[in-house]
Design a protein around this ligand. Structure first.
Ligand code: PSU
Ligand code: MN
Length: 303
């Protein structure tokens, strides 16, 4: 028996060379407030299904890593209080028969094991502020150094150290391309202070980069930075104010470790009266759509 289960729909699509996009479960369990998280999980899958792409939402359920969930599984990741699971937690959950919501790192890892090559998320985890003393660097980054998955994201949140995150991606030789943008986005905002070396304008171009990368790389992932459309971004002034408050609160409360990211995400929604949530949902939808296009182009290239 295989140590993980690929759903029948995902297995059939992979077998027939049809497009598949991986979706993570930590964004659902820990990144979005209830009950909007459940609607979002269903909606992300629907966006893909509508364009003929098979969604593969990934989680560990009762000790089994699952690539592609059924309706009951999607409900579980939204409603149960699942532990946040990174790559290192997967074997422990498996041995214990326990469940977990997978982070970008864990989702990318399981997607790659199953042969799914394109993954959509909201924002990538990254290097935290103060990491030079706390060593708080998301495993999302180190995992992408050894995992051949193309991740579509809206950059990383400005609660992180964006510059350090980009430096680390460079060190780890993970290609980063901006989608129709020369500037690395900062999640809720279209831009950050950091420009990118490479811009792509079409999904087909990204699929060709994936092909070349397979032939010439050493099995790293690729980061596609997809800024939210200008008319959907968060008001920059409110953004700066709320972020400063949320960071100060995290300090005050003394949150550390894997609780930091979920704490900040949910505090920011609260402090913004829900406005950051609408932006978060829009950028995630936008990433899912682009990932669908990339997977479709990849299915053509990978014949
Ligand atoms: N960024 C978001 N939303 C999220 C996350 C990050 O905008 O939900 C989640 C992802 O699952 C990501 C994880 O993989 O947080 C990173 O957590 P940490 O910083 O503890 O590695
Ligand atoms: Mn961390």
């Amino acid at each position: 028996m295989s140590a993980f289960i690929v759903s029948p729909a995902v297995a059939a699509a992979l077998e027939e060379g049809r497009p598949v996009v991986a979706l993570e479960s930590t964004i659902i369990s820990h990144g979005l407030p209830r009950p909007r998280n459940y609607q979002a999980a269903l909606e992300f899958e629907q966006i893909l299904t509508d364009v003929g792409v098979t969604p593969a939402t990934i989680a560990v359920l009762d000790g089994v890593p699952r690539i592609g969930l059924d309706a009951h599984g999607v409900r579980r990741i939204a409603e149960e209080h699942l532990t946040k699971a990174s790559v290192r937690d997967i074997p422990i959950l498996a041995a214990a028969g326990a469940s977990g919501a997978t982070t970008v790192a864990a989702t990318a890892h399981l997607a790659a094991l199953a042969g799914v090559r394109v993954f959509a998320t909201g924002g990538l985890g990254g290097i935290h502020r103060g990491a030079s003393t706390s060593f708080d660097e998301s495993a999302d980054i180190s995992t992408l150094a050894v995992t051949p998955v193309t991740v579509v994201c809206a950059g990383v949140k400005s609660v992180l150290d964006i510059e350090a995150t980009l430096e680390r991606l460079e060190t780890l030789s993970v290609p980063v391309v901006g989608y129709r943008s020369k500037v690395f986005p900062s999640f809720w905002l279209r831009e950050s202070a950091f420009t990118l070396d490479w811009t792509v304008d079409t999904a087909a171009e990204i699929a060709r980069i994936m092909k070349s990368h397979d032939e010439l790389g050493h099995g790293q992932g690729i980061v596609v930075a997809n800024p939210i459309p200008a008319d959907q971004q968060w008001d920059p002034t409110e953004h700066d104010r709320v972020l400063a408050e949320a960071l100060a609160l995290a300090d005050e409360v003394g949150v550390t470790g894997k609780a930091v990211t979920p704490f900040l995400l949910l505090k920011i929604v609260e402090l913004s009266g829900g406005r950051s949530l609408e932006v978060n949902l829009n950028l995630a939808r936008n990433n899912v759509r682009l990932a669908g296009e990339i997977a479709t182009a990849w299915a053509e290239v990978d014949r």
